[in-house]
Design a protein around this ligand. Structure first.
Ligand code: ATP
Ligand code: MG
Length: 557
């Protein structure tokens, strides 16, 4: 996929916005309600961001509200740490939910719904093992058949279901099933399981329950309880829609409707909480918020802005077909926004000393704009003196033609300062360049240049007498292949061994001393950076958010 295509694409309503618009203009609803329903079993990732932008985006556009509903019906994998992180991430993305709700708060109502179905002869307690149930279900080409338990009377079912709740049976001994159609072409309609027994502690309800509703008997019912008008989920739930509608109709409750869109997957990473949890547990990364993780928390720590993530979700849009979005597009969105807001600073990653032999002042203060894209950000002061550092790779002793950086006898401009010329190269015994003796042109001061000299190269630099040392973490793609989950063998074996490079001894202009984690920086000619939230007290660590240009695209990788 090319980035340009998305840039040029016209903004028209997506298919879900069209549905909502039609429903509203037909008077089907006075206002709409959507919900974002995460299961609190991990941190949110970039795929969730697209679902969040979609659900909250609909009600921002058309009015109404979006609930945050924790789909916490599975006691085993869920945790309050995840609940907290999910809330923090949605807020950080810039969205406000109408109500914070928990499917587990509906357990009593769901139980009553189940009793209602039993009373209507539409649900029964089944003692079969899961193997028997699977076997009786048939196959997509062969109809299933009912067993003797389906013949139980309403009274018997009511009693057995009450016993299930009261904890009289062990895990797996009994289930409650809907009585729908064992011959349906939709396997999910073949008497789906509504409740199972699980003697497990729940993060909110504690030990109050030992029976838990299945997805199909929790999701649609929760939607209905909350009067959700448009319940949006991903394509794998298409076959569940029939069950969703059947249950709502037979319970006679608010008619929420399910709509599906395609999952969004990002290249060179994995977007599945289970796999991300593996990366954390197996210590491939430092945690859920490791800046290489495709989690919202990881992007935040890496220096992405909420605006850039929302822009990305907007550009990829919603569709009906699964697709893989190139990581390059997310990085493009980050550069677009960061270019507008990042404060410019000069940092020399691999220093070599420059001595200005004809500079006889002690030092002088120069003004440098914080951000040429936003003059409201004003200027900062930087100091210039006789001894400076420039980037080692910005000097070449025997340069090829059209080399515009520093070389013997060649002139360059030092950003915000003067034009200098290299006169002499000093080396150590091993032949390494250790110092460049230069002269400067006093009339060439930036902003007041009367020298009439034009140079093609401009270099960043720091004052040798006035700088701080910082650590730089350079991040690259976490995986070497586009779709690690689809490759042969374990997805972990495709991890990029160079996904993190730690660089010590970079020299920065002193203004960076005051950096806070919400600041965004462009280190001139180097990329976009952010202070790492875990920087130790005595060392500032900066994370590279993105490079200035897409080096992967150029390399044709
Ligand atoms: P995972 O497989 O990572 O656990 P999930 O779908 O099980 O994902 P949930 O917490 O159940 O995670 O998802 C909350 C919402 O986010 C659901 O409505 C789901 O459809 C949506 N969602 C999850 N992953 C993606 C994705 N890659 N693209 C778009 N929407 C997604
Ligand atoms: Mg899920």
């Amino acid at each position: 996929m090319s980035v340009d295509k998305h840039v040029e694409e016209e903004k028209s309503l997506n298919f879900l916005e069209e549905i909502v618009e039609n429903d509203l203009s037909a008077g089907k609803y006075q206002s709409i309600m959507t919900r974002f329903p995460p299961e609190p079993n991990g941190y949110l990732h970039i795929g969730h961001a697209s679902s969040i932008c979609l659900n909250f985006g609909l009600t921002q556009k058309f009015g109404g509200g979006t609930n945050l509903r924790f789909d916490d019906t599975n006691p085993v994998t869920e945790d309050t740490e995840y609940v907290e992180s999910i809330k923090e991430d949605i807020k950080w993305l810039g969205f406000e939910w109408k109500n914070e709700l928990y499917a587990s708060d509906y357990f009593e109502t769901l139980y009553e719904f189940a009793v209602r179905l039993i009373n209507k002869g539409l649900a029964y307690v089944d003692d079969s093992t899961s193997e028997e149930i699977a076997q009786q279900k048939g196959t997509p080409t062969q109809p299933g058949h009912r067993n003797q338990y389906a013949e139980r009377s309403v009274e018997e079912n009511l009693q057995l279901f009450a016993n299930m709740r009261a904890g009289k049976y062990k895990d797996g001994e009994k289930v409650l099933r809907a009585k729908i159609d064992m011959e349906s072409s939709n396997m999910l309609m073949r008497d789906p399981i509504l409740y199972r027994i699980k003697h497990a502690h729940h993060h909110r309800t504690g030990d109050a329950w030992c029976i838990y509703p299945m997805y199909d008997f929790a999701h649609g019912q929760s939607d209905s309880i909350e009067h959700i008008t448009h319940s949006i989920c991903t394509m794998e739930f298409v076959p569940h829609r029939e069950v969703y509608d059947w249950l709502i109709e037979n319970l006679g409750i608010f008619p929420s409707k399910q709509y599906e869109f395609a999952r969004r997957n990002l290249s060179h990473t994995v977007t599945s909480k289970r796999k991300l949890l593996q990366l954390v547990n197996e210590k491939y990364v430092s945690g859920w918020d490791d800046p290489r993780m495709p989690t919202i928390a990881g992007y935040r720590r890496r220096g992405y802005t909420p605006e850039s993530i929302r822009d990305f979700c907007d550009r990829i849009g919603v569709g009906k077909r699964d697709n893989m979005v190139d990581l390059g597009l997310l990085e493009f969105c980050a550069r677009e926004h960061l270019n507008k807001i990042a404060l410019r600073r000069m940092v020399v990653f691999d220093p070599v000393k420059v001595v200005i032999t004809n500079y006889d002042k002690e030092s002088e203060t120069l003004l440098a704009e914080n951000n040429p894209e936003d003059l409201n950000t004003g200027n900062r002061e930087i100091t210039f003196s006789r001894e400076l550092y420039i980037e080692r790779e910005d000097f070449m002793e025997n340069p090829p033609k059209k080399y515009f950086r520093l070389a013997p006898g060649q002139k360059v401009r030092l950003k915000h300062a003067y034009i200098i010329q290299c006169d002499e190269v000093i080396k150590d015994e091993a032949g390494n360049v250790i110092q460049l003796n230069c002269t400067y042109i006093p009339e060439s001061k930036s902003g007041a240049d009367t020298s009439g000299i034009h140079v093609k190269g401009t270099l960043h630099w720091v004052n040798a007498k006035d700088h701080i040392a910082i650590q730089i973490n350079e991040y690259d793609r976490l995986f070497t292949v586009e779709n690690p989950a689809n490759e042969e063998g374990e997805f972990q074996s495709y991890i990029n061994p160079h996904s993190l490079t730690v660089l010590n001894g970079a020299l920065a202009e002193p203004a960076l001393k005051d950096a806070v984690v919400t600041d965004r920086f462009q280190f001139l000619r180097k990329g976009y950076f952010v202070l790492d939230k875990e920087s130790p007290k005595d060392l500032l660590v900066f994370n590279r958010t993105v490079t200035l240009k897409d080096s992967w695209a150029k390399a044709g990788k």
